[in-house]
Ligand binder design. Sequence first.
Ligand SMILES: [Zn+2]
Length: 331
Amino acid sequence: MRAARPRPESSPRRIPPARDSIPPAFAIVIATVQPTVLNAFTVDVEDYFQVSSFERVVVRSQWGEFESRVVANTQRLLDLLGSRGVRGTFFILGWVADRFPQLLRDIHAAGHELACHSYWHRLVYDQTADEFRSDLRRAKQAIEDAAGCPVTAYRAPSFSITRRSLWALEILVEEGFTLDSSVFPTRHDRYGIPGAEARLHRLQTPAGPIWEFPLAIRSLGPWQLPVSGGGYFRLYPFAWTRWSLAGLNHMGRPFSFYVHPWEVDPQQPRIAGASRLSRFRHYVNLATTESKLGRLLASFRFGTMAEVLAEQAHVPDAIAPERAGMAALAQ
Ligand SMILES: [Zn+2]
């Protein structure tokens, strides 16, 4: 055993190199990034006039009359992901698949996963179960026909699987879906299940099990703060998003991040007649999204939802315990 050598009285205590160029908050960010966890990068492929914020002023039967920008904008995202070597999951609107099948083939050829974002972008809880099923079937068929690959993952328009529409999960299983990413464990006027399990987990429905990959939130005291992309990503300073998501990875948890093609298009035509709140949500900080995305892609490991599931399935504690039923969501 080696005896500790007493330090001579005259020897000054060694001080670590100064890091005063890095503010303490940023030092924490640097310390907490865990680049080993694979996260899901997802894109909800729809055009700027098809969003829920504008559904009261844009009639679905007139979608075909708007200038379409979804192909060019999705291509920008494909280029960005390609330049970083990142694959993601693209939840595609059936309407887009029917009109622009080549876009789906391009997405598929670039190695990304194709998934379903409904056909008409109708909120799930505004439909009957039969209406939901027929819209779902039409979308799945359109996407599979266009891309020539099976579609087994789903995201509801505006995350509209809430306590009012949990029945949709059973229908998803019956229609051949194995993964859903529609539950947002937060409070919002249009979506959200506050208090719902926020980790990737498997739910048992009456028709069988389905994986649920909720949208990312960060718990801070009593608050459940959405940090998963979209308008939140555009609104928050990048450092805050990065710190929040790094915290999830630090706990060993993968997160799912989402973006829309229209969010990298500051020149998109403005929709007249929408409310002040809707316009704010849709147009805030569009000009900076693409550069922020570049920084995000450089900060974390990303892949498709299927890849995250495959990687995390064997990591202890990354996935929440299986739910015996949907009671936990319905409380
Ligand atoms: Zn959408």
